[in-house]
Ligand binder design. Structure first.
Ligand code: CA
Length: 531
């Protein structure tokens, strides 16, 4: 498959000042644009937000994120267009599909000449900032202030770079989720009394791998057994070789030290990058932090080391340790979201601030025996999306339209009463937030994952999802012994929500298969992707 780098929709010749002039005129006649906060979390699965009502979140609730849901709208059919960090971050900023902004893979190749929506907000009177994880090979643009982590960022005593640190990342003592919030609130202290509206992008590092909880939360959930997903022992019977060669299983591809925090087994064979990552991660803790950490995990590991389970029991143990640490890091995110909401409430601006809670993608919490993202399967293709803005959004409302991360940039501009550039491919969510039920909306989503060969060894694939069916095409040359592939999967999400039965070769669905092929071909053509 090749990608055309040009797009007929592309129109970057419109100068920024022209857009601003138009929108300022528009604004004179309308109410003042509101403050906007986008809480953009890393790898937060919807299954671990209690507003989504999943069994996992019943045991590890998120009361503060739920406060947003109670005050606003939960998007129950929200997705990404490429389930991985840097591409998703670039899509958030540019309003474009991965092949259009260039950051198709983790390491490559963002075209930083595209218009980022914060630039347009800035040109239209907004004061703008970004905090936390950045993870793009480009300088922040369109932000009056930034305070960003180095690369993925560390959980303990992380390093931050700001405009006044002369390009250096300086370490700070503390836990990353709390520190990011500290920085954000300090900036808000400076701007909330100003006349100009503000836009703040708050990018948490948690709950990204390797799921290192705050010291106060190390013992959370010790006495709980989380429910296992129905597909924890999926044998991929109806799928092709790409599921035999991927390296993201809980059973075989997580490391005892780096992922499960059993340092006594740090020498056990695992993938080299996992083995190499542990000393750096645990080495971030200072002596006092380390003592508390060691004591907690020593207790948790004692029984496991004494009577080591095998076979399915070992996979069950691994799943429990994985999900507990994952949810422990989310406890901090939830608490810090509460702190931010309390702050806005105290300032008297909670009701007139447009607040978005979302993640750079979803995450597999044991579904199909997997952790991580990348796949077009539901748990990783989906991403949580909750929006609170009382002037428009009814309390406790939900939306079941197919929305995608390409929709966020146009939404922010629409909310700010700024004209949306013609090249943006998404749709503003504002009509949905205003409960305009008859507003025309899309009937299908396009997805494309490109990051192969890479960590996880997930093959390239693209596909289409409607409200009922999903068609996936796995393709491309193989590396490191993997075969070249050209494979198809199709799922009936109504009758097979767990995506166990690949019905691509089932002639009972011949008509639907043909229609999906037709729609996928058209989608690719519309956005200039051709085979
Ligand atoms: Ca991520």
């Amino acid at each position: 498959m090749s990608i055309k780098q040009t797009s007929t929709k592309w129109n970057l010749s419109v100068p920024l000042f022209a857009l601003s002039a138009l929108s300022v005129q528009g604004r004179l006649a309308a109410a003042e644009p509101p403050n906007i906060v986008c809480i953009f979390v890393d790898d937060h699965a919807f299954q671990a937000i209690s507003a989504y009502d999943h069994p996992i979140s019943k045991l590890a609730p998120t009361p503060n994120i739920d406060r947003l849901a109670k005050r606003g709208m939960v998007f129950r059919e929200s997705f990404v267009e490429n389930s991985i960090s840097s591409p998703s971050r670039a899509t958030l900023l540019t309003g474009l599909y991965s092949h259009q902004h260039g950051q198709t893979r983790l390491g490559c190749c963002l075209d930083d000449q595209k218009t980022w929506f914060p630039e347009l907000l800035q040109h239209n009177g907004y004061t703008t900032s970004v905090f936390g994880k950045w993870h793009l090979n480009a300088e922040p643009k369109g932000f009056d202030y930034y305070d960003i982590l180095f690369d993925q960022g560390e959980y303990y005593n992380p390093k931050f770079r700001r405009p006044d640190t002369q390009g250096k990342y300086l370490p700070e003592e503390g836990y990353v989720t709390t520190l990011i919030t500290d920085h954000a609130l300090a900036w808000l202290d400076q701007v909330t009394d100003e006349r100009e509206p503000f836009f703040m992008l708050l990018n948490h590092k948690a709950p990204h791998r390797n799921w290192m909880p705050d010291l106060a939360n190390l013992d959370l959930f010790n006495d709980i057994d989380f429910p296992e997903p129905a597909t924890l022992f999926d044998d991929y019977a109806t799928r092709g070789t790409q599921m035999q060669t991927q390296e993201l299983t809980i059973a075989r591809h997580l490391g005892y030290a780096f992922d499960f925090k059993v340092e006594e087994l740090a020498g056990e064979p695992t993938l080299p990058y996992i083995q190499e990552s542990w000393p750096g991660a645990i080495g971030q803790l200072n002596k006092q932090q380390r003592a508390i950490w060691d004591e907690a995990y020593k207790k948790q590991n004692a029984q496991f080391l004494k009577n080591r389970p095998v076979g399915r029991d070992l996979v069950k143990w691994k799943y429990q340790r994985y999900i507990k640490d994952y949810c422990r890091t989310i406890r901090s995110v939830d608490e810090q979201v509460g702190r931010l909401l309390d702050y806005l409430e105290k300032k008297g601006i909670l009701d007139n601030t447009f607040i978005v809670y979302t993640s750079d993608q979803g995450f597999l919490l044991g579904e199909h025996g997997l952790y991580d993202k990348r796949f077009m399967y539901e748990a990783s293709f989906r991403t949580p999306l909750i929006i609170s803005y009382p002037p428009w959004v009814k309390e406790n409302s939900t939306c079941d339209k197919l929305v995608q991360n390409i929709d966020l940039a146009p939404t922010f501009l629409d909310v700010a009463q700024v004209d949306i550039p013609g090249e943006y491919v998404g749709m503003s969510l504002v009509p949905l937030l205003k409960h305009e039920r008859k507003h025309p909306w899309r009937k299908e989503l396009y997805y494309h994952f490109y990051d192969y060969p890479a960590v996880g060894n997930v093959r390239k694939h693209d596909g289409i999802r409607t409200d009922r069916y999903k068609l996936i095409h796995w393709y491309g040359e193989g590396y490191g012994g993997d075969p070249a592939i050209d494979l198809w999967e199709m799922y009936d999400l109504k009758n097979d929500p767990e995506e166990i039965h690949n019905i691509y070769d089932n002639n009972h669905f011949k008509k639907q298969r043909k229609a999906l092929h037709h729609r996928l071909t058209k989608l690719r053509k519309d956005i200039n992707i051709s085979e």
